[in-house]
Design a protein around this ligand. Structure first.
Ligand code: KG4
Ligand code: ZN
Length: 336
């Protein structure tokens, strides 16, 4: 079974061909990061326009690299939410046009279900149920993956997403966009215990997250230093901030796995490529006797291979979408 998958929910124009659910034959990603860096963040209108310019070429490359023709494809999959509406629309319109013209079934995929499914690519032994921590630029969710495409949300952020916090702190200390990888790199030279930042706990909701207090604490620290004319040691600040985020992510995820009785834990989303998070999660899981899974960095940030994997399981469970499929910017996890 061959699936052509398309992903355009944010600032990467991506297409992939996935065979039998878990074998990635091609994974083409055309990143717009350089363009958006000029503005310090993703500009939705520019993202949509660039998707239109690049999408045909990206799909052609994905088919070519996989060595398959459109006729050989069994289904066309596309992310239809959540994400930037204009950006999503480009992928959805393209997928519908290709599926209609080539007479193939159409499968719309939830972006976050895609992120979770990235774990299946390199871990043939991983099957539901398991606990998954999803940490991206727009989402922070702790879920139980009960079955393919079936999720129980046990924790979520009350304010900023984890990736958003990384991006905002990076901007405040002048590291630029995208913040996550730059903070990660700077933190390697810093002391994670140099500055004591708060670990936000949400009352009555042990698995929820809150990052706005931490973000404000970092901004206050920078302002105070500015007022006193002190220079900030960026690596120490990056390492201390990162440590505060990672500690909460790891403790919530591992505690949830223990409480709900799961011995497998996966991470997903752009922030899942963070080296401190991977290291600390690995260590905590080992101590707790939990098997830890994570995708390679290329499958953590936005890509279409993960959409093809999710689409395979959706397809075999009977999911098909019609020509009225629309982009849904605030699509809820588990909705179809
Ligand atoms: O999953 P993703 O590519 O897009 C969304 O669906 O949001 O995630 C992008 C987010 C950005 O906030 C980026 O700063 C963050 O993931 N990110 C990282 C790292 N690499 C990407 N955050 C921390 N450490 C990293 N190494
Ligand atoms: Zn994403």
């Amino acid at each position: 079974m061959l699936i052509l998958a398309i992903e355009s929910s944010c600032d990467e124009t991506a297409a992939a061909v996935v065979k039998n659910g878990r074998q990635v034959l091609s994974n083409i990603i055309s990143s717009q990061i350089d363009l958006h860096t000029l503005y310090g963040g993703v500009v939705p209108e520019i993202a949509s326009r660039k998707h239109i310019e690049r999408i045909n070429q990206v799909i052609e490359s994905a088919l070519k690299e996989a060595g398959v023709t459109l006729e050989e494809i069994d289904a066309v999959a596309v992310t239809y939410g959540p994400g930037l509406v204009g950006a999503l629309l480009v992928g959805v319109a393209e997928a519908k046009a290709i599926a209609y013209a080539a007479k193939k079934p159409l499968v719309g995929v939830h972006h976050i279900e895609g992120h979770v499914s990235a774990n299946f690519i390199e871990n043939p032994d991983l099957e539901p149920p398991f606990v998954c921590l999803i940490v991206s630029g727009g989402h922070t969710h702790l879920v139980i993956v009960k079955d393919y495409g079936e999720f129980e949300i046990i924790g979520r952020t009350r304010d900023d997403a984890a990736g958003e916090a990384f991006d905002k702190v990076a901007r405040a200390v002048g590291l630029g966009y995208p913040g996550g990888p730059k903070v990660d790199k700077a933190a390697r030279e810093g002391n994670p215990h140099a500055i004591e930042f708060p670990r936000a706990k949400v009352a009555d909701a042990p698995y929820d997250f809150s990052f706005s207090g931490l973000k404000s604490a970092v901004l206050n620290y920078i302002n105070h230093a500015d007022m006193k004319g002190e220079t900030i040691h960026v690596p120490d600040l990056a390492a201390s901030f990162q440590n505060a985020v990672v500690e909460v992510l790891v403790s919530h995820a591992v505690d949830a796995a223990k409480e709900y009785g799961y011995d497998r834990l996966a991470i997903a989303g752009g922030v899942a490529s963070n080296s401190a998070l991977r290291g600390k999660m690995e260590e905590a899981c080992r101590e707790a006797g939990i098997k830890f899974y994570h995708p390679s960095p290329i499958f953590c940030t936005d890509n279409a291979a993960m959409i093809g994997v999710a689409a395979y399981y959706e397809y075999i469970n009977g999911t098909r979408h019609g020509w009225d499929l629309n982009a849904i910017p605030n699509l809820k996890l588990g909705e179809r």
